[in-house]
Design a protein around this ligand. Structure first.
Ligand SMILES: Cc1cc2nc3c(=O)[nH]c(=O)nc-3n(C[C@H](O)[C@H](O)[C@H](O)COP(=O)(O)OP(=O)(O)OC[C@H]3O[C@@H](n4cnc5c(N)ncnc54)[C@H](O)[C@@H]3O)c2cc1C
Length: 503
């Protein structure tokens, strides 16, 4: 029997199983699932399954083990490293409905949060104090955005939130995402206290509950290799009172990107050593970053930030932390005379964060081309060198670098914005490859995709010690080897999908 016939045979068996088990699915040429936020593809998948709960996941995994079918978990598909793309013959498992549906199976964004303490005992948020260590018990298909809506009325928030607040907790855990809250709580995996995962034996599915914190941390960043995570206890934190917090806006401008980076890198090094903060973010300002009629331009404090003399570059840096952790910041800023420092209100901080989030995101009739995000610069003293190389490589392109200041380094994101034509998208992709070549260098202390995960490059570019750990975890949780077996192959490489867009 040919491989194609075998493949079709197993797809037919799987379709019969899904119909029998009444698990929603879609079959055919699934162009919409050919890529994720990476623009990489392994081909067009032909079957995607949408389980709503752990029981459906367990039934699906059981079927996969018995019939030797590879499964590729997928959350929102916002990952930028190709980890949520499926090679031919494997089945994509869309987990956005997981633990997020009502009794009739409809996904609901509004829900009443279940809160537990560190031992997993139910807790009452109305009676909780600011020092209580609490977790929200959520389905893996839930997102930070909807959970924050559910918690806001109680004055609490998810502790670690990536800019992609719409991504699923299952995806945040599998990529060990970072974001707002990471300076205080670490990457997402450090903020998870317990999880449930549908793993395998050689004979079928098994459901495991993992409560050992060290094991949870090892599993964080598993890239879907070990099983379907169904439920997590995710750390939450009280929303601090405005009077206990400091929000600060620091701004510097120059013609020379290298000089800006060297100065701000020096300042960041001091801040990392002397301050404690929840969020540290930077972005470059250019004419196109907010619309001419955006109300932020009229804000008496913030408006001037968006007026830029010709030929100059402006970089702004935003910090938010408790007053006691931020005492040193004005003094540190004063040591850098070119840096303007001012305290702003929380609503002003939020308005600038909205600009910061959108700066990598949206553009009318243009598309963001990923590919060079993210990279971390471990030594802030090299920030200037990296920015000089970066601006030289992307000369003439639109889009701007933005990123985070974490205590362990500076995380940089950059996506050019291309017109929706094949030529423009391909030119942007080629430019990104040039940029990667320029900055992904050990002498610059730069490491690739520390934040978004290595994805398809996990076993090509990851460290040997992490490879060993992942192989051990995979053997333990997935002895049947049904979850993303392709990721273990160093030669696996995604194809850029931009050339095949129908525009
Ligand atoms: C505009 C934008 C902003 C972003 N900002 C950030 C940021 O600030 N910080 C950051 O770290 N990342 C960021 N990202 C990257 C991405 O959003 C994160 O990696 C996110 O955590 C991925 O979640 P997802 O639900 O989209 O997962 P997907 O992309 O669908 O999948 C990612 C990985 O998770 C696995 N997976 C998903 N769900 C499960 C599950 N339930 N069980 C087992 N495995 C699972 C998949 O197999 C895959 O390996 C951003 C992306 C975009 C497009």
């Amino acid at each position: 029997m040919s491989a194609v016939a075998r493949e079709q045979g197993s797809i037919d068996e799987t379709l019969a199983f899904l119909r029998e088990a009444r698990i929603p699915h879609q079959a055919g040429e699934l162009l919409g699932y050919a890529t994720d936020g990476s623009f990489l593809t392994l081909g067009v998948p032909t079957l995607v399954v949408f389980p709503k709960d752990e029981a459906e996941c367990a039934a699906l995994v059981d079927h996969a083990v018995r019939h030797g079918i590879a499964l590729v978990p997928r959350g929102t598909g916002s990952g930028t490293a190709g980890a949520a793309t499926a090679p031919p013959g494997s089945v994509l498992v869309d987990l956005e409905r997981l633990g997020a549906c009502d009794a009739r199976g409809h996904r609901r964004g509004l829900f009443a949060p279940i809160v537990v303490d560190a031992r997993g005992t139910p807790a009452d948020l109305a009676k909780a104090g600011p020092d209580d260590e609490l977790y929200v018990r959520v389905g893996a298909g839930r997102t930070s955005d909807e959970t924050n809506r559910a918690l806001a009325g109680h004055g609490w928030t998810v502790a670690v939130v990536p800019s992609s607040g719409y991504s699923t907790f299952g995806g945040n855990f599998a990529t060990n995402a970072r974001g707002s809250g990471t300076p205080a709580f670490g990457p997402f995996g450090n903020a998870v206290n317990r999880l449930r995962i549908v793993a395998t034996t050689r004979e079928g599915a098994r459901v495991l509950e993992v409560t050992d914190r060290e094991e949870v941390r090892r599993l964080a960043g598993h890239h879907g290799l070990c099983g379907l995570v169904t439920e997590l206890d995710v750390r939450i934190a009280p929303i601090p009172k405005p009077e206990d917090m400091v929000c600060a806006l620091l701004s510097i401008e120059s013609e020379d990107a290298g000089h800006l980076g060297a100065t701000i890198g020096g300042l960041m090094k001091r801040v990392a050593a002397e301050c404690r903060y929840f969020a540290g973010e930077f972005l470059f300002i250019d004419e196109g970053i907010v619309r001419p009629d955006d109300p932020i331009r009229k804000d008496p404090v913030l408006g001037g930030t968006f007026v830029l003399p010709a030929g100059r570059r402006r970089m702004i840096l935003l910090y938010r932390g408790r007053k006691e952790g931020m005492e040193a910041l004005p003094r540190i800023a004063a040591e850098f005379p070119e840096v303007a420092y001012r305290e702003i209100t929380f609503p002003q901080f939020r308005a600038l964060m909205a600009v910061r989030t959108a700066a990598t995101g949206k553009a009318l009739r243009r598309v963001n081309v990923p590919g060079a995000e993210d990279f971390i610069i471990y030594d802030p003293a090299r920030f200037g060198d990296v920015l000089s190389r970066m601006f030289a490589a992307v000369e003439g392109a639109s889009g701007r670098p933005v990123g985070h200041h974490y205590p362990d380094g500076i995380e940089v994101h950059y996506r050019p914005q291309a017109a929706v034509t094949r030529a423009d998208i391909e030119a942007a992709w080629a430019m990104i490859q040039k940029l990667r070549e320029a900055v992904l260098r050990t002498e610059l202390t730069v490491e690739d995709r520390k934040e978004h995960g290595l994805g398809l490059a996990l076993f090509r570019d990851g460290s040997p010690s992490r490879h060993e750990e992942l192989r051990r975890l995979k053997a333990e949780y997935d002895p049947a080897n049904v979850f993303c077996p392709h990721l273990l192959l160093p030669e696996i490489e995604g194809r850029f999908i931009g050339s095949s867009f129908r525009v």
